[in-house]
Design a protein around this ligand. Structure first.
Ligand code: NAP
Length: 329
């Protein structure tokens, strides 16, 4: 393992840490063989049709897990499943359809997954969107917020019963280093009050994911489910190329491969270390600070308020016995 001083310098310089160079330096001391077998474990990866999700699904399948890919398009889901089967030499690879920006679809998917599969050892909330123009989801929410925050929030809540049934279980939320630049605007979660800027709206949702990870970790404490957030660095994926084309072209030669970006996802989902803590923000197998700038800092009350708004917007505050995230199944 490289020294923590070198690691911290890489992290602070961003360019050094987030690129392929950072991954190569840090991973030089890792024992890839140390990851334990995941035979008998069930893993669900959202956004598994390309990029980081596809690489994560392959990583878990190679460790022997039963892997379920969540996709919003049947052709892409089928193609990705075939690729994971071929590259992992595992036939225990499945896919389910769900558009995460559509809350009814999330409810439907979670219901059928819980009925069909019953257990869930690792949930990877990886699917993400960054759109150039302010767009609304079918439910009328700003699309980035719906896809990156509300859908995963609802999915995680609804999959708590199979997660608890598989305790010790893990939830991994794939955020972004871009979240360091933003704070959440609780009065304008859906970026309606100012001129819309896609990357800013995206970074705020990524900040929200980290805040919600901290609250979820507290609420699920003691129930055998740990929750992590992580960021993959800068990774050569179709998503990066289409959403930030200028950045992509300028940095292409520095970018990580999807496998390198997905390494910490697979490591958090499989290693003994990933089971030992909850609520942290990880990058390259180390816990990282959640803030770099004083202006992005939020309070405990802000995190609770964000949680409450997510419960309200997803209909989880309806007061039914199963409405709250931290209710036991
Ligand atoms: N690449 C990077 O440098 C980078 C850096 C930081 C964080 N991230 C994060 O990493 C995650 C994966 O991104 P990526 O770079 O691998 O991009 P990607 O290749 O475009 O993958 C995104 C995945 O999300 C899926 N998706 C998007 N909207 C969805 C929806 N409404 N319902 C269901 N699935 C949906 C996509 O499905 P389709 O195939 O149907 O489009 C695709 O499978 C994202 O959360 C992103 O924010 C990436």
């Amino acid at each position: 393992m490289i020294g923590s001083l070198v690691d911290t310098v890489l992290d602070r310089t961003v360019l050094g840490g987030y690129t392929q160079a950072g991954y190569r330096i840090r991973s030089s001391g890792w024992d890839q063989a140390e990851l334990p077998s995941m035979e008998g474990k069930v893993v669900l990866v959202t956004g598994a049709t390309s990029g980081l999700g596809l690489a994560s699904a392959e990583g878990f399948a190679c460790l022997g897990a039963s892997v379920h890919l969540l996709a919003r398009n049947a052709t892409r889901g089928e193609r990705a499943s075939a690729q994971v089967r071929a590259n992992s030499h595992s036939s225990d690879v499945h896919f389910g359809l769900c558009d995460l920006s559509d809350l009814s679809a999330v409810r439907h998917f979670a219901e059928s997954f819980s009925a069909d599969v019953q257990r869930l050892d690792v949930l990877v909330n990886n699917a993400g969107a960054l759109v150039a123009e302010r767009t609304l989801s079918v439910d009328g929410f700003e699309l980035t917020f719906a896809t990156n925050v509300l859908g995963p929030f609802l999915l995680t809540k609804l999959l708590c019963p199979p997660l608890r049934a598989s305790a010790p279980a893990r939830v991994i939320n794939v955020s972004s280093g871009g979240m360091y630049t933003q704070r959440v605007h609780l009065a304008d979660l859906q970026s309606a009050d100012t001129q819309y800027d896609g990357p800013t709206a995206y970074a705020r949702t990524k900040r929200a994911q980290v805040m919600l990870t901290e609250v979820a970790a507290e609420r699920l404490a003691g129930g055998g489910v740990v929750v992590h957030a992580m960021h993959p660095g800068w990774v050569d994926t179709p998503g990066l190329e289409s959403s930030l084309p200028h950045f992509y072209r300028a940095t292409k030669w520095l970018l990580r491969t999807p496998q390198q970006g997905a390494d910490t996802i697979v490591w958090l989902g499989s290693s003994p270390t990933g089971a030992r803590s909850s609520g942290g923000f990880w990058h390259d197998r180390r816990q990282r600070p959640t803030h770099r700038l004083p202006r992005t800092k939020e309070t405990f009350a802000d995190r609770e308020a964000l949680w409450g708004q997510c419960e309200r917007l997803t209909g989880l505050d309806a007061g039914t016995p199963t409405s709250h995230f931290d209710d036991q199944p």
